[in-house]
Design a protein around this ligand. Structure first.
Ligand code: ADP
Length: 460
């Protein structure tokens, strides 16, 4: 400020001196006044330039000036630069936050105080069926027409979510979307969406499973209790008592099988994936399968005049098939279950053929074919579900639990193998398990070499 005053005085002094030199004292007064006006004009012009520059907002063309106006322009330029950097920084942060919200696996919608969409990510747009760009500033109530959502929004109780039918939902492929509103700011709302189809399905499966288990255990238990009451209350002769006790033993055995299979399933689900360190000779597995299959067939056909025809691969052929990596008890359980099913469902006189063959790509296929009743195509996709049975009475009669194929599927999947089922109703079924090449090794075994004792004991 002092400079400015000094500068103004210097102009007047120079003007006054020039006037004095030209016209004496009057000339000095006129010279000082003219100099003051010139100074004022120049100052005004510099001020107007700075003001015009500020109005334009174009920081690149800062007017070069000195004195107070120069400093004012420089300070304004610095402030504007700082503000611009702040805005750019905020913009970048906003874009990062929006990108993070885009990347979340759940849907996110920002609603203003009037319930209009300010922003939404792609997942929410897909799940709720609107367009992330076109529907901005549209009212959410107009876009989500589900009456359940309307009631939820109107009730303004956002402590819980509401589950709606997804836009792509069809009767065969239902899609369920959970929608939860969270109020924030001044009347604004954050709407979160989540696909809960798998969760709801798992929940329904769990409920079905518990109901099935209770049913499977309760039925024999009710029968057992009935027999116990009969034995307690009625005076029975020795023959009748023996008959009742046999039936009681059958029911107890049935319960035992269900519990055994449930435990096997839960062990399969709970244990770590089979490693590659434990190798079992294919011949050992197949020998055990053969023993079990023949024993079961003998029991089931003991009162028939015809028996099953059981065909298994020859032991010397199996020796050349080498070894398989995995948990021996799980592999055994899977293969035996398939043979047991073939034996149980094939009437006496039918043929059951078991094969093990390797393919050119190094994998191996275990196949059980039977000439039993076969399975209708509509049942095939479901027979590996827990407790799913096509023929309930045949399953029970032969000691089935409805869990056998669920165990097989689980066990083979854990070993990287696949289960394939083909069947012709009235003609028979073929169950094949394909083991991947990495779980098999076929050393050039010299003839007559027997499997190691350790492998034999692993199966005990
Ligand atoms: P289960 O203990 O009832 O045999 P599984 O899970 O082993 O239960 O099999 C499921 C259903 O698949 C059986 O109830 C049966 O109806 C059908 N099934 C399985 N294997 C055969 C087969 N070899 N021939 C005909 N039906 C079969």
């Amino acid at each position: 400020m002092l400079w400015r005053f000094g500068y103004f005085l210097a102009w007047q002094l120079v003007g006054g001196a020039l006037g004095w030199w030209l016209e004496g004292p009057w000339g000095a007064a006129v010279g000082a006044a003219v100099a003051a006006w010139l100074w004022f004009g120049g100052d005004l012009w510099r001020g107007v330039r700075v003001l015009r520059w500020l109005r334009s907002g174009d920081l690149s063309a800062t007017p070069s000036s000195f004195g107070m106006w120069g400093e004012a322009a420089e300070r304004a330029r610095r402030l504007l630069r700082q503000r611009q950097a702040l805005v750019k920084d905020s913009e970048e942060r906003l874009q990062e936050i929006l990108a993070a919200l885009q990347a979340t696996p759940n849907g996110v919608v920002l609603l203003d105080a009037e319930g209009r969409i300010e922003w939404c990510n792609q997942i929410a747009a897909v799940q709720l069926g609107f367009d992330a760009q076109r529907d901005v500033m549209q009212s959410i109530g107009n876009l989500v027409r589900d009456p359940d959502f309307g009631a939820y929004y109107a009730a303004q109780d956002f402590t819980h979510d509401v589950v709606l039918q997804g836009r792509d939902s069809t009767p065969s492929r239902p899609v369920r979307i959970s929608v939860h509103l969270h109020p924030y700011g001044e009347g604004r709302k954050l709407l979160l969406t989540r696909d809960v189809t798998a969760l709801e399905q798992a929940d329904a499966m769990r409920r079905d499973f518990v109901a099935n288990v209770s049913h499977e255990i309760r039925t024999p238990l009710t029968v057992l209790t009935g027999f116990v009451e009969t034995l307690q209350t009625l005076p029975l002769d020795a023959e009748e008592r023996a008959r009742y006790l046999t039936m009681m033993a059958q029911q107890a055995a049935r319960m035992q099988s269900v519990v055994h299979d449930l435990l096997t399933l839960s062990r399969l689900e709970g244990s770590p994936l089979p490693g590659m360190s434990e190798w079992t000779p294919v011949q050992v597995l197949m020998q055990r399968c053969e023993d079990e299959g023949r024993a079961l067939s003998a029991v089931l056909t003991q009162n028939h005049h015809r028996h099953h025809v059981l065909q298994f691969p020859a032991a010397q052929d199996l020796r050349a098939e080498g070894e398989i990596a995995g948990v021996p008890s799980e592999l055994q359980s899977a293969l035996s279950n398939l043979i047991s099913n073939a034996v149980r469902y094939t009437p006496a006189g039918g043929t059951i053929t078991v094969q093990w063959r390797h393919t050119d790509d190094g994998s191996a296929i275990f196949t059980v074919s039977d000439t039993g009743p076969g399975i209708a195509p509509e049942h095939i996709p479901r027979i590996t579900e827990r407790f799913y049975r096509v023929d309930r009475s045949r399953s029970r009669e032969t000691g089935g639990t409805g869990l056998g194929l669920a165990i097989v599927k689980h066990a083979v999947q854990r070993h990287g193998a696949t289960l394939e089922i083909t069947s012709v109703l009235g003609k028979g079924s073929v169950f094949s398990v394909t083991f991947p090449a990495n779980r098999l090794r076929r050393p050039a075994l010299p003839d007559g070499l027997q499997p190691t004792a350790s492998a034999q004991t692993a199966l005990q």
